[in-house]
Design a protein around this ligand. Sequence first.
Ligand code: SF4
Ligand code: SF4
Length: 469
Amino acid sequence: MSQESSAVINHVVPVALYEQHRTIHVRSVQGTFASWRWAMVWLTQAVFYGLCWLPWNGRQAVLFDIVERKFYLFGLVLWPQDVLYLAVLLIVAAYSLFLFTAVGGRLFCGYACPQTVYTEIMMWIEARIEGERNARIKLDKQPMNAAKFGKKLAKHAAWIVVALWTGFTFAGYFTPVGTLGRDLLDFKLGPWQTFWIFFYAFATYGMAGFMREQVCKYMCPYARFQSVMFDADTLIVTYDAARGEPRGSRSRKQQRPASGKGDCVDCDICVQVCPTGIDIRNGLQYECIGCSACIDGCNEVMDKVGNPRGLIRYSTENAMQRQWSGADILRHVFRPRIMVYTAILVAICAAAAWSIAVRLPLKVDVIRDRAALAREVENEQIENVYTLRLMNTDEQPHQYLVSVAGIDGLLLAADARVSVDAASMKSVSIPLRAGADAAGKGSHPIYFDIADIDAANVKLREKTVFIMP
Ligand code: SF4
Ligand code: SF4
């Protein structure tokens, strides 16, 4: 080995493959955007925790009944055959995300994502029990003692209560929540209910209590591709480097030109309030969830040092480069891309609303008896047997009249009236008979007409075939 290569080997420095985790002690912040974030916490959690307790027509207003395979959404009862509406719902959610992201960046991440909302709740509990940022840093550095143990125990107990209630609520959207509560109190929960309550609780406790920003940075796929939805007119949380630099502390009496410094006093508050621990002064980073805590933090500092607010603010790439006013920024919100997204979203929503409004509360499946295609019965008649599966999606019982058409003299050899209970399905066997000479050999198209006896507009025609041997 040459002298040079051994020198190189001696200078090899081990590099860790993974970044070492550092605990982020987030500083609490107050301000306009913090108020908006808390308003969203209250709104989303009032809906999530409250909606499963809302009664409707003697049942739960929103229930995804997996066992019965029925989804209840207020007055709407969706069956597995209505899976199209679920697909439409997902498309609307995806398009809304595209639209809001193109307009205002990661608005969903910053204000409404469950990870953000539950982290906010867990951090609030932590601050109430362990104290503010400096007190928490001090507490974490202390060796374990009775006071520290008590605080940690209280914090984790509170987190677990929130997590378990969240898990119970989640399961309450899939099993009637009243029954679930009674089963829980009687220790009679089924295995799946137990699994989902504890799994969801564990996920809430782990992700919002411990993993926090790591979920956004390493686990969430949206963080990775959100930048493709941005353009130069997308509103993002931005540090105004032209105004802030060169950063550095200066006396309150010194005006900007005299001090030779920019408006940033390098106080680090924007980093301390950031839930992902980044420095927004380094420019747009994928770790930024757009929560605006740094805007509120910096505005507080600007107020204290007597500078105008908005050193960190919502702005766009174009606005920063071209010194646009607020009106200019607003004008560019209504750009062609946004108009196209909006038009598509409105069209999908309108089509879905129209489809739900004209949707018949009746579905019918006609299934031919495969065992005996056709057989000869009395009076030289040919009989084919069908199973009619009638689904009454209304929440009232209904009576239907069944008739057939397609071959001369084709008759039902069964009761033509079928009653179906509210939001139920009923299968009936319907034999059809026709004279042996009513049609030639082979298969002939015929039609079942099913009409609601009480509602003239509820009628359906289903096509099938009649076999002549
Ligand atoms: S909070 Fe504002 S003034 Fe303080 S370091 Fe951040 S950008 Fe500079
Ligand atoms: S830099 Fe941090 S505090 Fe500022 S918006 Fe992004 S995630 Fe929030």
